[in-house]
Design a protein around this ligand. Structure first.
Ligand code: NAP
Ligand code: ZN
Ligand code: ZN
Length: 346
């Protein structure tokens, strides 16, 4: 076991504080990663505050991990010491179910292991990226291409793949009108990726405060959802709406913005249920769907795609002592556009 410094929430809703945790010895197929940067995802906040239900404490959040390999187990074939690597939301899965075999480990039916707030196959709680080092099976590690800096790459491990996967699955591309709902961590990556895929991109944000940024990141249009005129003007417009909103929404209003056969795909994970009038999907044969992160192979594909197109995330680099303040700013939709912790400050 190795003792490493980490930031943890000791109990639900308690501020995060510096502590130490134990990392398991490097096993046959494990890599030891010196963490350099860890992104703050809104999911970290939902879980640290038990907004999604009972959680495991102390909790070391963080599933947007970028670092460098510092040791490998004897059976490791994919990585060597010095490689630049990332770890996202999963650190293991059953590897045997149909979904695992299809590269959809995020939908594993045999029991996947989340990077934190979960229990590993060894029966021990998992601890995430707000720490100095992590030990992960090589099959759940991805390579960060040379063209991406590690700090701007970290948020791709969740925000990047969670938007890339549905945009690809629902064929965002040339000739498609795609709306990204919410311009935070996930949303701003959705804008960059949908633009790079060749779609006509519209941002639907609560206000026009971030309009200039949205247009710079690749949006063609930008509308405020607080303005009722937006819903009249855009009625029946979109092939695809990707919602990244972390709070309950008026789904019926957004479904009215889809054209016939359009899809509203939800990746936001609000703590409260939402209401729906089913007539909103009957008229226009519309699809209401959801999507969760992405598989390991698709995460690698997304990283390579971002490197090819020359972009990572827009980040605000913070020291670990600023985590609690950053959480408050995320909750206030005051993030531009991902907080990333410099792990050297942990
Ligand atoms: P974030 O940075 O806080 O972005 C969420 C954005 O939603 C905000 O920037 C804001 O955008 C908008 N928003 C917030 N409150 C709103 C409200 N009351 N009404 C309307 N819009 C509101 O969060 P994130 O890290 O991108 O995560 C977004 C959500 O996705 C979270 O619920 C998170 O848990 C979830 N998530 C899901 C997956 C998955 O696999 N499905 C993966 C990662 C995260 P504007 O300021 O532009 O309006
Ligand atoms: Zn996340
Ligand atoms: Zn499985």
């Amino acid at each position: 076991m190795t003792t490493v410094a980490a930031y943890a929430a000791p109990a639900a809703k308690a501020p995060l504080e510096r502590t130490t945790i134990e990392r398991r010895p490097v096993g046959e197929f494990d890599v030891l990663i010196d963490i350099k940067f860890a992104g703050i995802c809104h999911s970290d906040i939902h879980q640290a505050r038990e907004g999604w239900g009972e959680a495991i404490f102390p909790m070391v959040p963080g599933h947007e991990i970028a670092g460098v390999v510092s040791e490998v187990g004897p059976g490791v074939t994919k990585y060597t010491v010095g490689d630049r690597v990332g770890v996202g939301c999963l650190v293991d899965s059953c590897r045997e179910c149909d979904n695992c075999k299809a590269g959809l480990e995020q939908y594993c039916t045999g029991g996947s292991v989340p990077t934190y707030n979960g229990v590993g196959k060894d029966g021990e709680p998992t601890y995430g990226g707000y720490s100095e080092k992590v030990v992960v099976d090589e099959n759940f590690v991805v390579r960060i291409p040379d063209g991406l800096s590690l700090d701007e790459a970290a948020p791709l491990l969740c925000a990047g793949i969670t938007t890339y996967s549905p945009l690809k699955h629902w064929n965002a591309g040339p000739g498609k009108k795609v709306a990204i709902l919410g311009m935070g961590g996930l949303g701003h990556m959705g804008v960059k990726i949908a633009h790079a895929l060749g779609a006509e991109v519209t941002v639907l944000s609560q206000s026009l405060r971030k309009k200039d940024d949205g247009l710079k990141l690749g949006a063609d249009h930008y509308y405020a959802t607080s303005d009722e005129a937006t819903f009249k003007e855009l009625a029946g417009t979109f092939d695809l709406i990707l919602s990244t909103v972390s709070a309950p929404l008026n789904l019926d209003a957004y479904l009215s913005l889809l054209r016939t056969d359009g899809a509203f795909v939800n990746v936001g994970a609000p703590e409260e249920p939402v209401k729906l009038n089913l007539f909103s999907v009957i008229g226009g044969r519309k699809t209401l769907a959801g999507s969760g992160i992405g598989g390991i192979q698709e995460t690698q594909e997304m990283l390579d795609f971002c490197a090819e197109h020359g972009f990572g995330a827009e980040i605000e680099l913070i020291s670990a002592s600023e985590i609690n303040e950053a959480y408050e700013r995320v909750l206030a939709s005051d993030v531009r556009y991902r907080f990333v912790i410099d792990a050297a400050t942990i």
